[in-house]
Design a protein around this ligand. Structure first.
Ligand code: DAH
Length: 335
C-alpha cells in the first residue's frame, strides 16, 4: 500500500512539474485531487488494510501525499501565472522613446511673440503685468475713462455690445481698447503704479490689410507723485530703444484722447528715416484718476496704448494683417 501511495505521489508530482499552462494546472487539480483521483481511490481502499498500524501508516502517507500534491499545484500555478504576466507585459510594451521622424518643433504665433517680448521689455523697465476681462461694462470701457454716455468721442469706437440678459442692453461691451485696465488697476491697489496690460480688444470693423475686428493692444499706466510729460517721453524712448534697437528713436505729437490731458500720439523713426505711428499716450486726466479713486491733487500719471499686431506686422514686414489670422501653418512657420 505504502509503495502504491509513493508511486501515485511521485507520478502526480511529475505531471505537475510538466504542466505548461494554467489550463493544464486546472485540469490536473481535478484529475489528481478529485473524487476519482489516484489518491482518493487509494484512500477508499484503506478500509481493506487489516493491520491497524499498517492502515495508520498508510493514512498518514496518503495525507502527506495529498498535501504535497496540493502544494505542488499551487506553486506551479503561481509560477505559470507570473510567467504569463511577464509574457503579456512584454507583448504590450511600448517604446516611448521611439520616433520615426525627427520631431518638428513648433513655435508661438508672431503676435504672441511680440506680446511676450513687449512684456519682457516693460518688466525690464520695472513695470508689472496686469490683466483685465475682455467683456467689460460700459462704465470701465467708456464712462470712467471720461467718456460719458452720448459723448461724441464714443463714436470713434466701433463697439460690439453683448446682450446677456443680466444687464440692460447696450451696457456690456467687448472692450474696444485695453484702457479699462487703467481703471481696474487703480481701483485694485493704491499708487504708486507702474504697469502694462496687454490684451485682446474688439471693434466692429471690417477686416482689411490694416484692420481686424479682433486685435491686440498693450496699455501702460504710471501713477506716482510728480509724474510729468518728461517721464512719459523718456519711458517711450527707453522702450523704443529696448524693443526695436539702438538705431530707433521716438517722438510725441499732439493729439486728443478723452482720457488724457495733454494727449499725444507717439511715432518711432526707423533707421531708414521713415516714421511710423505706434500709439496714443498722454497725462492721465484728473477725471480718470478720480474714477479710479485717486486724488489728482496728490498724484499724477501718464498712460499709453498701442497695437501689438501692428508691431508684429512691422517687425516682420507683413503686408496684410489678415495673413496673420488665416491659421495657415505655412505662413506661421516663417517667423
Ligand atoms: N485706448 C486708445 C485707443 O485704443 C489708445 C490710447 C490712447 C491709450 C491714449 C492710452 C492713452 O492709454 O493714454 O485708441
Amino acid at each position: 500500500m505504502i509503495d502504491d501511495i509513493r508511486a501515485a505521489r511521485s507520478a502526480a508530482l511529475e505531471l505537475i512539474a510538466a504542466a505548461a499552462t494554467l489550463d493544464d494546472i486546472a485540469r490536473l487539480d481535478q484529475d489528481l485531487l478529485g473524487k476519482r483521483g489516484p489518491l482518493a481511490v487509494l484512500k477508499s481502499s484503506l478500509g481493506g488494510v487489516s493491520d491497524l498500524d499498517e492502515r495508520k501508516a498508510a493514512g498518514r502517507a496518503l495525507n502527506a501525499a495529498t498535501e504535497a500534491v496540493t502544494e505542488a499545484l499551487g506553486e506551479r500555478r503561481r509560477a505559470l501565472a507570473a510567467a504569463a504576466l511577464d509574457t503579456r507585459i512584454a507583448g504590450e510594451r511600448l517604446d516611448l522613446t521611439e520616433y520615426l521622424e525627427a520631431p518638428r518643433r513648433g513655435h508661438s504665433h508672431p503676435v504672441t511673440q511680440a506680446w511676450e517680448r513687449l512684456e519682457d521689455v516693460f518688466v525690464g523697465l520695472g513695470f508689472t503685468v496686469a490683466e483685465g476681462p475682455e467683456v467689460e461694462t460700459d462704465w470701465y470701457n467708456f464712462e470712467a475713462l471720461n467718456m460719458p454716455a452720448s459723448h461724441p468721442a464714443r463714436t470713434e469706437f466701433d463697439t460690439m455690445f453683448v446682450d446677456h440678459g443680466g444687464a440692460p442692453p447696450g451696457t456690456t461691451v467687448l472692450r474696444t481698447h485695453t484702457s479699462p485696465m487703467q481703471i481696474r488697476a487703480m481701483l485694485a491697489s493704491p499708487p504708486p503704479l507702474y504697469l502694462v496690460g496687454p490684451g485682446r480688444v474688439f471693434r466692429r470693423d471690417t477686416p482689411d490689410a490694416t484692420h481686424m475686428p479682433v486685435f491686440h493692444q498693450i496699455e501702460g499706466l504710471v501713477i506716482d507723485r510728480d509724474i510729468n510729460l518728461g517721464h512719459l517721453a523718456g519711458t517711450i524712448e527707453a522702450f523704443t530703444k529696448a524693443y526695436f534697437g539702438e538705431g530707433f528713436t521716438s517722438r510725441l505729437r499732439p493729439s486728443y484722447f478723452q482720457f488724457t490731458e495733454p494727449s499725444g500720439e507717439f511715432d518711432i523713426r526707423r533707421p531708414d528715416g521713415r516714421w511710423l505711428e505706434l500709439g496714443g499716450c498722454g497725462m492721465v486726466h484728473p477725471n480718470v484718476l478720480r474714477a479710479g479713486g485717486i486724488d489728482p491733487e496728490q498724484w499724477s500719471g501718464f498712460a499709453f496704448g498701442f497695437g501689438i499686431d501692428r508691431m508684429a506686422k512691422e517687425r516682420h514686414a507683413i503686408d496684410d494683417l489678415r495673413e496673420m489670422y488665416t491659421g495657415d501653418i505655412r505662413f506661421a512657420e516663417q517667423f
